[in-house]
Design a protein around this ligand. Structure first.
Ligand SMILES: Nc1ncnc2c1ncn2[C@@H]1O[C@H](COP(=O)(O)OP(=O)(O)OP(=O)(O)O)[C@@H](O)[C@H]1O
Ligand SMILES: [Mg+2]
Length: 456
């Protein structure tokens, strides 16, 4: 553990603004109970990137562990106001509220947890707040009390299964391109560059077109990069391996048995397979920054594997995603590597209609004027739209509980919810704009300029 911390500190001394790296360091510190140090790292991240969600969540959690409950509550409240915290993440918030004797608020938040994670139980909370849990459900029902969880389940059909985290696991996604709203151009690029060569290798050979290499998806958070990568695998009935930041960092620090070579080997053995590197800026962070650091080795190995030096990557589709393409070493973009760099913008009007339609499916709604909602959600990401629907759902849930009948979501609810949840892409664009204007030698970021309607 300490060794990992030292290595990360060393790496950070070379690239102090590498936020994924600093977040990981803070997490390791939390694990090692170095709470003051962890808090300092989170604060530092917030200095570099004001409002960073992961850092705020981490900091709140550290405060909670340090028993600084009122400080934790402040951070949690801010996260709640921004709609940045859901499900079990709310549990420590509930506990802080209990410790501070704010029982009513604790109950409100705990209801949200139960609504979002049906069947959730926590002895400490349950014993204080006396919410119905599976164990004492019957007793509550006999008492004639309403069972909150049942109501919620009946009304909204339980909770949708969320796309998982970044475990190094092989899956076979059911998602298809049609499940991804909008993004015609991006889907087309993926199809031409990696799907068609896989399906028609002879045709590509006949035209002397080289295949191989991968696509780097970039853009603001929540606009469907990870989602699209998964759908690419589903589209061609391929397997999907998601290599997340933690896997990569483990490799960097030599902690991991599942080294890069094994990942590529597993993908090759299971072809067709989509190999997806999420937050690739963490690996691709300028190699010159990392001179002499133990991480260089992994980067070079990554490039060799990608080039297929020893083994051909036939049948392996390589995708990567990043929010910070400007931090990715240019060596990654050479021919045969990530030679296609594709901007994944917030969904256009048509895309927003599709995203809304998809996420409203299965919820009780009146006839919704999707175009009207799309109109007031300009520049909202897919994740933002999902948040808007979640907020509208909450309004209706409250109404339904009060009235004892199912109140349907209306267009008005969605528009009101959109006012409450502002889009989260603006911050990204304010950074991206500078790179697109002042570090755009090869026209790499023209798509950003086009999107922002800035003249080239
Ligand atoms: N075009 C879309 N169609 C349908 N759902 C979408 C779309 N874009 C985003 N979403 C929804 O938003 C969620 C977040 O998207 P996703 O995680 O793919 O974003 P991302 O671009 O990978 O973000 P990050 O940069 O933060 O990793 C998805 O799980 C999905 O539910
Ligand atoms: Mg993602």
């Amino acid at each position: 553990m300490n060794e990992g911390i030292e290595q990360l500190k060393e790496a950070l001394s070379f690239s102090p603004e590498n936020i994924p790296l600093r977040l990981h360091l803070a997490e390791l510190m939390v694990k090692g109970f170095m709470l003051d140090d962890a808090a300092a790292q989170y604060q530092e991240i917030l200095n570099i990137n004001y409002g960073n969600d992961k850092a705020r969540k981490g900091l709140a959690n550290v405060f909670y562990k340090q028993k600084k409950f009122s400080a934790a509550i402040l951070v949690y409240e801010a996260l709640m106001a921004d709609n940045k915290i859901v499900g079990e993440e709310l549990v420590p918030f509930v506990k802080c509220l209990i410790k501070e004797n704010s029982h009513n608020e604790a109950i409100e938040i705990y209801k949200k947890v139960l609504q979002q994670v049906p069947g959730f139980k926590d002895e400490e909370i349950d014993s204080t707040l006396r919410m119905p849990t599976m164990g004492n459900k019957r007793r509550m029902d006999e008492d004639g009390d309403d069972d909150f969880e049942d109501d919620i389940d009946d009304m909204f059909g339980g909770n949708e299964f969320e796309d998982g985290g970044s475990d190094f696991l092989m899956e076979k996604p059911d998602l298809k391109f049609e499940d991804v709203g909008g993004m015609k151009k991006v889907k087309n690029e993926i199809s031409l560059k990696i799907i068609q060569p896989l399906k028609n290798p002879d045709l590509y050979k006949a035209f002397g077109k080289k295949t191989g290499g991968g696509i780097l998806l970039y853009g603001p958070p929540g606009c469907g990069k990870t989602y699209l990568a998964k759908a690419t695998a589903g589209e061609i009935d391929a397997k999907f391996i998601n290599i997340g930041l933690h896997d990569i960092l483990d490799m960097w620090m030599g902690n991991s048995e599942k080294n890069l070579h094994e990942v590529f080997a597993q993908a090759r053995n299971n072809a067709p397979c989509v190999l997806f590197f999420d937050e690739v800026d963490a690996i691709g962070a300028s190699r010159s920054d990392l001179k002499g650091s133990s991480m260089r080795h992994v980067i070079n190995q990554f490039l060799a594997e990608m080039d297929g030096v020893e083994h051909s990557n036939d049948g392996v589709l390589i995708l990567a995603a990043t929010n910070a393409p400007w931090s990715v070493d240019s060596a990654f973009r050479r021919p045969g590597r990530f030679d296609r760099v594709v901007f994944v913008a917030p969904p256009d009007t048509e895309g927003r209609v599709e995203v809304l339609k998809r996420h409203l499916k299965g919820k009780p709604t009146e006839e919704i004027d999707l175009a009207a909602v799309a109109k007031v959600t300009e520049e909202y990401s897919g994740a933002d739209l999902k948040a808007v629907i979640d907020i509208a759902t909450e309004y209706k849930l409250e109404d339904s509980l009060a009235k004892g009948s199912i109140e349907k979501i209306t267009t008005k609810d969605l528009i009101k919810a959109a006012k409450q949840h502002k889009n989260t892409t603006a911050e990204w664009f304010s950074t991206a704009r500078n790179y697109a204007l002042y570090a755009n030698e090869t026209g790499l970021y023209n798509d950003i300029l086009d999107y922002m309607k800035i003249k080239k």
